[in-house]
Design a binder for this molecule. Structure first.
Ligand code: ADP
Ligand code: MG
Length: 332
């Protein structure tokens, strides 16, 4: 299994001439199957509180923890859920509908068949097996009402596409409530900025270049989440072919839309997380149409032939790196 952080944070905090730029209290921990780090301008004790926010969500949303709410629903076909889980499910189902099923949180039976939930047991299911499993995939058959979730026979849910973004939003909310005005989270490649840097300038976030290594460019952000999805993040190779973990619900196979990575920038991490996964399935044209129709976010797309596309709202804040400057197309 290969896991490469989708985004790297450029720490421009070490400028020696500005006392306000001294290193901030930072915590790193492992949660939601990935490495997370949080730095904040404030009371160091809040780092532990922030970690607890993530871990308590993980205990509800984990698809593999037998004591989680999601595990109970998947085993019995129904179950009671906490307000957190109900809120995330309703939000995710709304994006499933808006993306016409490119995001489908009931993809779990297919994901399991490929081995993406059990590290190392990767395999390539044949067409008949995928057809049988796809009959179980249909987000419209998930019912969330009055704290109870009900699934159609044989269905199973997975919130892997949205959980980290939701957790990021909850951490930002927790820190804000506790008086923090400046913080930066990196939850397994989901970067989320609370406010600006302590000296008032925006945070600088670098967007990784999975084709050539290094960076596609840098983004200047304040109060924004920056979330990337890419097929290069988790994948396996078999008989010379590569298979990755973002599944196209229309055929049950790893999405092959011509995109290498999609980065979504918006105030809410959960929106970024849901859309970056969906756009990776939809491809550049459908995703651009979605942006024109809905708005409320910006995006950066890297195509497998090396094309870099950026929505117009990022024109002032994204700086392409090296030769990507000349190759950049602005989506309007
Ligand atoms: P990562 O979590 O690796 O940063 P994503 O946010 O794109 O990346 O989420 C990928 C995860 O979402 C997969 O590991 C799987 O759990 C789940 N998933 C894969 N394909 C889909 C899909 N079409 N709709 C909803 N969830 C998906
Ligand atoms: Mg996602």
């Amino acid at each position: 299994m290969k896991r490469i952080a989708a985004l790297a944070v450029v720490f421009t905090l070490l400028c020696c001439c500005a006392p306000a730029d001294s290193p901030l209290p930072t915590a790193s921990f492992f949660a939601m199957n990935t490495t997370m780090s949080i730095q904040l301008d404030g009371d160091e004790a809040l780092l532990r509180g922030a970690e607890n926010v993530v871990c308590s969500l993980e205990r509800k949303l984990s698809v593999t923890d037998p004591s989680s709410e999601l595990f109970a629903i998947n085993s019995r076909g129904e179950g009671e859920v906490s307000p957190d889980t109900a809120e995330l499910l309703k939000f995710a189902l709304d994006i499933c509908e808006k993306t016409d099923g490119a995001l489908d949180i009931s993809i779990y039976p297919v994901l399991r068949a490929w081995g993406f939930t059990t590290d190392g047991d990767y395999r390539v299911p044949d067409g008949d097996e995928l057809a049988d499993l796809l009959a179980l995939v249909d987000y419209t058959k998930v019912d969330v009402s009055e704290g109870t979730v009900t699934l159609a026979e044989g269905m199973q849910l997975d919130l892997g596409a949205v959980g980290k973004g939701f957790a990021g939003d909850r951490v930002v909310e927790y820190l804000r409530e506790n008086g923090v005005k400046s913080a930066l989270l990196n939850l397994g490649g989901n970067v989320q900025a609370l406010g600006s840097k302590p000296n008032g300038s925006p945070w600088t976030v670098a967007v990784a270049d999975p084709l050539n290594g290094g960076y596609l460019g840098t983004l200047e952000v304040s109060d924004r989440a920056v979330v990337t999805s890419g097929g290069y993040e988790r994948r396996f190779e078999l008989d010379g072919a590569t298979y990755h973990h973002i599944i196209d619900p229309s055929d049950g196979r790893p999405a092959a839309s011509g995109l290498v990575s999609v980065t979504v920038v918006a105030e809410d991490g959960v929106l970024c997380d849901a859309l970056s996964t969906a756009f990776f399935v939809m491809g550049l044209d459908r995703a651009s149409e979605y942006w024109r129709a809905h708005g409320g976010f910006e995006a950066i797309f890297l195509t497998d032939d090396g094309g870099l596309y950026v929505t117009s709202g990022l024109e002032g804040s994204f700086t392409a790196q090296g030769s990507y400057g000349a190759a950049l197309t602005v989506i309007r």
